[in-house]
Design a protein around this ligand. Sequence first.
Ligand code: FCB
Length: 488
Amino acid sequence: MTDQQPPTQQSRTQGNPDYRDAGLRFPDGFVFGSATASYQVEGAANEDGRGPSIWDTFSHTPGKVWNGDTGDVAADHYHRLEEDLDLMTSLGLQSYRFSISWSRIQPTGRGEANQAGLAFYTHLVDGLLARGIRPIATLYHWDLPQALEDQGGWTNRETAYAFADYARIVGEELGDRVATWTTLNEPWCSAYLGYGSGAHAPGRTDGEAALTAVHHLNLAHGLAVLALKEVVTNDPDFSITLNLHVLRGEGETGPEAVRQIDALANRVFLSPLLKGEYPADVFEDTKDITDWSFVRPGDLDIIRQPLDVLGVNYYSTTLVRLWDGVSPRQNSDGHKDVGGSPWPGADRVEFLAQPGPYTEMGWNIEPAGLEELLVSLHEEFPDQPLMITENGAAFADEVVATPDGPAVHDAERVDYLRRHFTAAHRAIARGVDLRGYQVWSLMDNFEWGYGYSKRFGIVHVDYDTLVRTPKDSALWYAKLVGSGVIPK
Ligand code: FCB
């Protein structure tokens, strides 16, 4: 298909099998942007009244994060806001997906708003609007105020109500200007990596706690949407972002392994959010761990709020089968292995290595998985608009001197992005209502348990000088954003 033709059904069979198409045109109105998250980029961890979050505590605990790295300085986005806004303009970005640090707004997670915290996000949103960039605000990208964790964190139902109060405060301040409100980023990670495997803050390893957190995060989403709706004065989109797992089964036991992981990773969020029910098989699979009595009457009605857009984060696929109990067990599910299980009740599931190529995270590069995910969501929820809220790749980038100044020739990232944008385009051609694409990430940043060892940015950050250098991928992306057409 060339850029003269609208997307058609035929593109399904016409595209390159390797997804390296160029010249595909996205529909008018498609929103091209880039994403970051507060703890990963802001720094200024102890300034202007910000309270500690669970990620401050976790990253300052020896042994939890690679090299002892912390988000104290990160990319120093807090102090370099104007420069970063100008950077977005220079790339022509149409949207910026950022997250708000709860503990900047409420240092202990409750009570009076910290005006300096609100002021930062006011400047950010105003700066975006002044440049014609659409603000996509995420209320929670994993940085729970530590004081709330001290009272049980997401295992405590009260945290969901505190979250709604926080949403209301932010909504009162920014609810005339934000275009899209995303309540939570990847609650799967908050619940299962935070409370199950312990790879993420707060680092607990308790299957029942993880499942309890799942429900309280779902509840928090519903309560926050209701609170925001009471205070916003424009007509924003309400949203949540999920990291749905694209599962493939191997061998005879593949389908059963897929069913179990699909239940824990995907349906335990999608079903309450979009259908108002929990999947029965999750209750059955986890009955030795919990009786789910933390789900109270009325909760599911709160959780099921119409979503103007569902945020989808995609990086790679997951291959599973049931372990035979005899052969050496493989268990690489793509997340940092710190001993605990992120899969309560799925003890027999084995996660298998997949064919490459791989990114620097060891994640397999599989653009077909993105097309598959978008199409399958569309088939199950035909009226649900979707937005890719994260997609991107880590590679070991180097700054080189050129006659035109410093440059980063990140050909692998350009290739990754081209192939995934092609996958997204094919999904649109197959009828998926896909509204936009937020590349992860605008700039290199603190990659959670991996610290600063993994670079996902389309803009390079020198962590000694904090100098920003747009990589070749940023320049490639600027061409895509400017023309709406996938460049070579
Ligand atoms: C996602 C997170 C994001 C970033 C990318 C690589 O799971 O939402 O913060 O770490 O992975």
